[in-house]
Design a protein around this ligand. Structure first.
Ligand code: BGC
Length: 762
C-alpha cells in the first residue's frame, strides 16, 4: 500500500517538478541569450568597465578615493557605485548610465546595510544573541525594504566571519564564535535580504569577508591568517558556504592573506572552493581597495596584482582602479585572457538582470516609497522587540532586576543620555539624533510613577585625545564633559545617595568596535570603572547596563555588582527596549554567542576547543595545559544568559542509544519554568565525538530551540539526530561521520549541561 502511495505521489509530482525545472531553464536561457547578445556589442573597455566599483565618496575607508565618476559612467567605465543613498540622487546617477552611456547598461547601487537602515537593529553580535532566526530574517527584510526605498539594490551583508578574538573590533559585525549558529544566521540574513529577488524591495546580498577575516593574528585588523585546511573547513568556512547555499548573489573577498596569498588573489579560495566545490554562481567583489593593497602585501605592482585577482576568480574591483587601469594592458601581454574578462562581465550583468534592472533601471527608484516605508512606527516596534530579545542578563543576584516602577532611580554614565552612541558600528544610515536614549526610554516607561535623577558620572575615557580616537573619528558623536573625574564622580555619588537604585549605563561607544578598532585591553575603561567602584561603595544596588561591541573582561564587575545587563548596541529604539527589560515587561532571553573570558590573556577562548593530551582538571596542576594565574574557564561561557524566571532541565531521554547510518534518533528533555515569570529559554544541543581519525572538539553545537514557557509550565523539547549532524571534514577534507561513541549534551548554555552517551553504527 505504502509503495503504491509513493509511486502515485511521484507520478503526481514529477511532471510538476519537470515543469518547474523547465521554467527555470527557459528563464536562464532567456537571460543567457540577452547577455550574450549584449556582450557581443561590448568593447573590451566596456566589459572591463563593468568590473569597476567606485565609491561615491560619501564615506571613505581604506586608501583610495575616486573622482569624476559621472564622466566614467558615460564612458562605460563603471559597473556599480556604493555609498550613495536617496532615490533622487540614485535616479540621477542611474539616468547618466542609462541615457548617456553607449550601451545604456544600468548600475548596481551598493551600501553597507549591516543591521538596518534608518531603523537600526542591534549590532550583528547582539542580534545573534537572540538565537531567533525569524527575528534575524525579519531585521534583514526590513533593512532591505528601507534601503531599497532609498534606491539601494545591493547590500554588503551578511558578515559571517567567525571570530574568537574580542580584541578584534569587527567581532561586533559577525555572529560570534560558532560555525553552526553562524551558518543558520547567514542563511536567515541572505533570505531576508534577497527573498525571491523579484520585488522592488528584494536586494542582492553580499556575504563577506571571504575568507577567515575574523582569525587575524593578535586580533589586529587586516592581519595575517594562517590555519590548517581541516580547521578552515570545520570551523571557519561553514557560514560562507551556508550563505552561498542560501543563494547569496555575491561574495566579498577579505583583506587578509590565507596560506601566504592575499584572499583577493587566491585561486584556491575564489575558484576551487567557491565555484568548483560549492557551486557558487554569483560574482566576487573585492573589499575596499583590496587589489592595490596587495602591492603592500608584496605581490607586485598594480598591473600584476590586478591580473592575479582576475585570474583567481575575482570579478569586481571595489575602489582599487586596478581592473580599470591595467586589465587591457594585461590582456595584450597575455597576463589575463579575454575569457576571464568575459566571465567577470557576464556574472555582473547577470546580477543586474536578476535584479530586473534591464527591464526597469529605476525599479528601486520609486519616490513614493521612502515616506511610507522607512523608519515607520511598525519597523521601530520590531526593532524594539528584537533589541529586547538580544540583551543578555549576565548577573542578577538577590533578584535586583526587574526594577520597580516606583521610588527614585539614579541614572548615571556616559551612555545614559546619548543618542548617537545607541547604534554601534556600521550604522551608515542611522539618524544620529533620533534614537531613543536610555533616559528617554526610562521616562517613557515610568511616566510620573518614579523619579529619575541623572549625572554623567564619567566620560568614556579619561584622556581626551584617546577618547577622540575611540568615539569621534567617523562622526563627532560625543561631547566631552570638561569637569575633572573627581567632580563628575562626586555629582554621581550625590545622585546615588538620593536614589533607591543606581542604573549605570556604561561601557563602549559606537566606534570602540567595528573596522580598524582593535584593542589590547578589553576591560571597561578605567575612568568608568572608577565611577563604578565608588558607586558600589555606597551600598546602593548598582545595575550595570553594559554597552559593548565585543566580549569584555568583567571580573571585577561580576564580583562586585549585583546585576549586569549586557545590551550590546540596541539601535534606534535602545532606551525603550532597555526599559522594557529593566522593568520586567520583557523577560531577558538573550544568550552569548561569543565567550566572555576572565581576562584578555586567555584569548582566543571558545567553548568548542580541543582537549590536548593534558587537559586542565578544574584547578591548576603542574604540567597540565593551564595557566599559573587563572583557570581555563571563561567568565561567561558561550550560550550563557540568565532570565528573571528559573528554568530546570530534566534528564535527557534518547529514543535509542544506537544511531544507525541513514536512520535517526531523538533526544528529549523536559524543560520546566518553575520561576515566577513567563519566559523564553534557548535549549542547546551539543555533541562530542569521543574517538576520531582527527582530534575532535570537546563540544559542538548541533541544534537549538527557543522555547516559550509561562510560569509553572513544562514542555518536552525534542531534537532529532542523524548521521548528517555528526559529520566533519577529515584530514582528506572528506565530509564524513565516523562510527563510534559520542556524547550528547543538552542545557541552557555550553557549560551547564546534562549528558548521555550514544553510538553511531554502520
Ligand atoms: C569593509 C567592508 C565594507 C566596505 C565598503 C570595507 O572597508 O571591510 O566590510 O563592505 O568597506 O564600505
Amino acid at each position: 500500500m505504502k509503495k503504491i502511495f509513493i509511486a502515485l505521489a511521484a507520478a503526481l509530482t514529477l511532471p510538476a517538478f519537470a515543469q518547474q525545472k523547465k521554467t527555470v531553464s527557459t528563464e536562464k536561457q532567456k537571460m543567457d541569450t540577452f547577455i550574450t547578445n549584449l556582450m557581443s556589442k561590448m568593447t573590451v573597455d566596456e566589459k572591463i568597465g563593468q568590473l569597476n566599483l567606485p565609491s561615491s565618496g560619501d564615506i571613505t575607508t581604506g586608501q583610495a578615493s575616486s573622482s569624476d565618476i559621472s564622466k566614467k559612467i558615460k564612458a562605460g567605465q563603471v559597473g556599480g557605485l556604493f555609498n550613495i543613498k536617496g532615490v533622487d540622487k540614485i535616479k540621477a546617477v542611474q539616468q547618466v548610465a542609462v541615457e548617456n552611456s553607449r550601451l545604456k547598461i544600468p548600475l548596481l547601487f551598493g551600501m553597507d546595510v549591516i543591521h538596518g537602515y534608518h531603523t537600526v537593529f542591534p549590532i550583528p553580535l547582539g542580534i545573534s544573541a537572540t538565537w531567533d532566526m525569524d527575528a534575524i530574517k525579519k531585521s534583514a527584510r526590513i533593512g532591505a525594504i528601507e534601503a531599497s526605498a532609498s534606491g539601494i539594490n545591493w547590500t554588503f551583508s551578511p558578515m559571517v566571519d567567525i571570530s574568537r578574538d574580542p580584541r578584534w573590533g569587527r567581532i561586533s559585525e559577525g555572529s560570534g564564535e560558532d560555525p553552526y549558529l553562524g551558518s543558520q544566521i547567514a542563511k536567515a540574513m541572505v533570505t531576508g535580504y534577497q527573498g525571491k529577488l523579484q520585488a522592488n524591495n528584494e536586494i542582492l546580498a553580499c556575504v563577506k569577508h571571504y575568507a577567515l577575516y575574523g582569525a587575524g593574528e593578535a586580533g589586529r585588523d587586516y592581519n595575517t591568517v594562517d590555519m590548517s585546511r581541516v580547521r578552515m573547513y570545520n570551523e571557519y568556512l561553514p557560514p560562507y558556504k551556508a550563505a552561498i547555499d542560501a543563494g547569496s548573489a555575491s561574495i566579498m573577498a577579505s583583506f587578509n592573506e590565507v596560506e601566504g596569498i592575499p584572499a583577493t588573489a587566491s585561486k584556491w579560495l575564489m575558484t576551487d572552493v567557491l565555484r568548483k566545490e560549492w557551486g557558487f554562481k554569483g560574482f566576487v567583489v573585492t573589499d575596499y581597495t583590496g587589489i592595490p593593497e596587495m602591492i603592500e602585501h608584496g605581490m607586485g605592482d598594480l598591473q600584476n596584482v590586478s591580473a592575479l585577482a582576475l585570474n583567481a576568480g575575482v570579478d569586481m574591483d571595489m575602489v582599487g582602479d586596478g581592473f580599470l587601469t591595467t586589465l587591457k594592458k594585461s590582456l595584450a601581454e597575455k597576463k589575463v585572457t579575454v575569457e576571464q574578462i568575459n566571465r567577470a562581465c557576464r556574472l555582473i550583468l547577470e546580477a543586474k538582470y536578476k535584479l530586473g534592472l534591464f527591464t526597469d533601471p529605476y525599479k528601486f527608484c520609486d519616490p513614493t516609497r521612502a515616506a511610507k516605508e522607512v523608519f515607520t512606527p511598525e519597523n521601530r516596534q520590531v526593532a524594539r522587540e528584537i533589541a529586547a530579545e538580544s540583551f543578555v542578563l549576565l548577573k542578577n543576584s538577590n533578584n535586583t532586576l526587574p526594577l520597580k516602577k516606583s521610588g527614585t532611580i539614579g541614572l548615571v554614565g556616559p551612555l545614559a543620555d546619548n543618542t548617537a552612541n545607541m547604534y554601534g558600528t556600521w550604522s551608515v544610515a542611522a539618524l544620529l539624533d533620533q534614537s531613543v536614549t536610555v533616559l528617554q526610554g526610562l521616562k517613557n516607561a515610568l511616566g510620573n510613577n518614579a523619579k529619575i535623577l541623572t549625572a554623567r558620572g564619567a566620560n568614556f575615557l579619561a584622556d581626551s585625545v584617546m577618547e577622540h580616537r575611540y568615539v569621534n573619528v567617523h562622526n563627532p558623536t560625543y561631547k566631552r564633559d570638561s569637569r575633572t573625574e573627581a567632580e563628575m564622580i562626586k555629582e554621581a555619588l550625590e545622585v546615588a545617595k538620593k536614589s533607591d537604585v543606581v542604573v549605570a549605563v556604561m561601557g563602549e561607544g559606537s566606534e570602540f568596535s567595528g573596522e580598524s578598532s582593535s584593542v589590547t585591553n578589553i576591560e571597561i575603561p578605567e575612568t568608568q570603572k572608577n565611577l563604578l567602584k565608588e558607586l558600589a561603595k555606597t551600598g546602593k544596588p548598582v545595575v550595570l547596563v553594559l554597552f559593548t561591541g565585543r566580549p569584555l573582561a568583567l571580573k571585577w564587575e561580576n564580583e562586585n555588582l549585583p546585576a549586569i545587563l549586557n545590551v550590546w548596541f540596541p539601535g534606534s529604539e535602545a532606551g525603550n527596549s532597555i526599559a522594557d527589560v529593566l522593568f520586567g515587561d520583557v523577560n531577558p532571553s538573550g544568550k552569548l554567542t561569543a565567550t566572555f573570558p576572565q581576562n584578555v590573556g586567555q584569548v582566543p577562548l571558545y567553548y568548542s576547543h580541543k582537549n590536548t593530551g593534558r587537559p586542565e582538571h578544574g584547578k591548576f596542576t603542574k604540567f597540565r595545559s593551564n595557566y599559573l594565574d587563572v583557570t581555563n574557564d571563561p567568565l561567561y561561557p558561550f550560550g550563557y544568559g540568565l532570565s528573571y524566571t528559573n528554568f530546570t532541565f530534566g534528564d535527557i531521554k534518547l529514543s535509542s542509544n544506537t544511531l544507525s547510518k541513514g536512520k535517526s534518533i531523538t533526544a528529549t528533555v523536559k524543560l520546566t519554568n518553575n520561576g515566577k515569570y513567563d519566559g523564553k529559554e534557548v535549549v542547546q544541543l551539543y555533541t562530542r565525538d569521543l574517538v576520531g581519525s582527527i582530534t575532535r572538539p570537546v563540544k559542538e553545537l548541533k541544534g537549538f530551540q527557543k522555547v516559550s514557557l509561562i510560569a509553572g509550565e513544562s514542555k518536552d523539547v525534542t531534537f532529532k539526530i542523524t548521521e548528517e549532524d555528526l559529520k566533519f571534514y577529515n584530514s582528506d577534507l572528506k565530509f564524513v561521520a565516523e562510527p563510534g561513541d559520542f556524547k550528547l549534551f543538552i542545557g541552557p548554555n555550553s557549560r551547564d549541561v546534562k549528558e548521555v552517551n550514544f553510538k553511531l553504527v554502520k
